[in-house]
Design a protein around this ligand. Sequence first.
Ligand SMILES: [Zn+2]
Length: 86
Amino acid sequence: MNAIIIESVLFIALLAVVGALFVTALGITPLGRRLRQSSNRKRIDKQAELTCPIHGLQQEEDLVRLPTGESLCPHCYQEAVHGHIA
Ligand SMILES: [Zn+2]
């Protein structure tokens, strides 16, 4: 019984080590570098979408979805609909 338990624990430890090696290898290989560069581009694109040229960075939850499908800064939308607000 003890042998089965020890074997199970060792097998799980082996899986953890293999997983850690895979994640580490992904970080230093050309494929890992490509994936990281792609994720950097997506992160910067998303931040650019959330940044209003007038009011700066906005929270994604606060953006207003226009009927055309575009999202707009809530301050710009308030100004367009209700006129200038302080
Ligand atoms: Zn704005």
